[in-house]
Design a protein. Structure first.
Length: 213
């Protein structure tokens, strides 16, 4: 980071923590994200329309998504996360759900999910795709672990809105929404519904995608 200003160093460190929260600072960032993203994540869970006995997953979870999925009657919830800090937080917070077999947590990345083919009925993943370099591989993995007729809800900040935020200058891949939709279709998802969370300019996107039967 030689030659970088203090501001640039701080923004780079923040972007790194947003991508993979680590240590004490990561725990603080994770809790802030849970607070600010709650309404978005709850909307993503609702869009899954998951029913009793469904196997549902939050890929790249912060905590709010696991909580909301566990509130769906009778669901079996899976959480996959690359941050050991977030995994440790979730193991502590949801220890009773883990003991009862309602929640299963695993370490992994979107490009190589530690789940069997067709294991899930629904997936949510919010504010994660910016940190994925190999988009095609990641989307194929999401399709692989979904059962036919399953649903993916991919939450993405509006790229024009996010480009105005200083911390997205480094470490973020802000892909146009039409590029994401095209990549999702190439991975086998159809139909794909671009729903907005709110009606303000720059509102958050929920890409609601079904895997054909």
């Amino acid at each position: 980071m030689m030659g970088m200003s203090l501001v640039d160093r701080a923004l780079t460190a923040l972007a790194r923590q947003l991508g993979e929260p680590t240590g004490f600072a990561g725990r603080i960032v994770g809790r802030l994200l849970n607070r600010t993203n709650r309404s978005i994540v709850v909307a993503a869970v609702a869009a899954t329309e998951c029913g009793p006995a469904a196997h549902v997953a939050d890929i790249g979870f912060g905590g709010v998504g696991l909580e909301a999925l566990l509130e769906c009657d009778g669901t079996v919830v899976h959480g996959v996360e690359m941050s050991e800090t977030m995994l440790a937080e979730a193991r502590h917070r949801f220890s009773s759900d883990i003991a009862r077999g309602r929640l299963h947590l695993q370490s992994g990345r979107m490009e190589s999910l530690p789940l069997a083919d067709s294991a899930l009925d629904a997936i949510i993943s919010t504010n994660t795709i910016y940190f994925v370099s190999d988009l095609a591989t990641a989307l194929r993995e999401l399709a692989r672990v979904l059962a036919p007729g399953g649903r993916l809800v991919l939450g993405v900040g509006d790229p024009d809105q996010m480009s105005t935020m200083p911390f997205t200058r480094t470490g973020f891949r802000l892909r146009p929404i039409d590029q994401l939709v095209s990549a999702l279709r190439d991975a086998g998802f159809d139909p794909i519904d671009d729903r907005r969370v709110g009606d303000k300019p720059g509102a958050f996107h929920l890409l609601v995608c079904d895997r054909p039967v």
